[in-house]
Ligand binder design. Structure first.
Ligand code: NAD
Length: 248
């Protein structure tokens, strides 16, 4: 029997990068997958075919994770389509970098809404379902910069630090109902989000990482699989770094 057989996972922002790797990893482990994406561009259909080929049920839902009302509707649809939700991965995220002295209100609001409020939106909607089932695992995608801060990313770092406080609080509230809540703090992972960096900057980053390489999305998906399955049954309220030692 596969480790996530019979489970239903909901992954936000899953049509590329880390979210996509998690959706595929969970499907390989036997989970049925509901996922969200922001814009229709063919990537959702591509992911649906990829997941179906792994022999699981799957469906993509177009939804802005920052929108509370839309999120409530999507979670209702997922519950109607799949009958249960066992795992929630709040993965959707953006950057709008800039030094504090040059950052405008929109950059701040957009990043906080997409990265932090989205996790509230989905968690608030999913938790009653998990509570009724008397169990569930929620995984929030934080970042090493949510722990250590980063010049030029005060909005992003604040959103990722906020996710850690949010996760620890919900872990305390929902532990008695069997719901676990943890964060992953990825370091420098090679996805579209980091592809804007020049080769020189990427090399410079890698030189500072003890394992001397950027991570790949599958490195993060492996940690997510651990947190999603019963192997982490006694782990909640934690932040697990996946950063090649960058944060040690
Ligand atoms: P990515 O840009 O490749 O993927 C992000 C995904 O989120 C995209 O599919 C995007 O469409 C989706 N998304 C963005 N806004 C959305 C919204 N409002 N509603 C729904 N979906 C939305 O980035 P990634 O590197 O795969 O990042 C995934 C997560 O991991 C993010 O939360 C990011 O902050 C976090 N993270 C990434 C790194 C890294 O180095 N790549 C490091 C630490 C944390």
């Amino acid at each position: 029997m596969k480790i996530l057989e019979g489970k239903v996972a909901l992954v936000t922002g899953a049509t590329r990068g880390i979210g996509k790797a998690i959706a595929i990893k969970f499907a390989e482990a036997g989970a049925n997958i509901a996922f969200t994406y922001r814009q229709k561009n063919g990537a959702a259909e591509e992911l649906e075919s990829c997941l179906s080929a792994l022999g699981v049920s799957c469906k993509g839902y177009a939804a802005d994770a920052a929108d509370y009302t839309v999120t409530e509707e999507v979670v209702k649809l997922v519950q109607a389509d799949f009958g249960r939700i066992d795992i929630l991965v709040n993965n959707a995220g953006i950057t709008k970098d800039g030094l504090l002295m040059r950052m405008n209100e929109q950059q701040w609001d957009d990043v906080i809404a997409t990265n932090l409020k989205s996790a509230f939106n989905f968690t608030r909607s999913v938790v009653p379902i998990m509570a009724k089932q008397r169990g569930g695992s929620i995984i929030n995608m934080s970042s090493v910069v949510g722990v250590s801060g980063n010049a030029g990313q005060c909005n992003y770092s604040a959103s990722k630090a906020g996710l850690i406080g949010f996760s620890k609080s919900v872990a305390k509230e929902m532990g008695p109902r069997g719901i676990r809540v943890n964060c992953i703090a990825p370091g420098f992972i090679m996805t579209d989000m980091t592809s804007a960096l020049s080769d020189e900057m990427r090399e410079a980053w890698c030189k500072t990482i003890p394992l001397r390489r950027g991570g790949n999305p599958e490195d993060v998906a492996n940690v997510a699989l651990f947190l999603a399955c019963d192997m982490s049954a006694y782990v909640t309220g934690q932040v697990i770094s996946c950063c090649g030692g960058m944060n040690c």
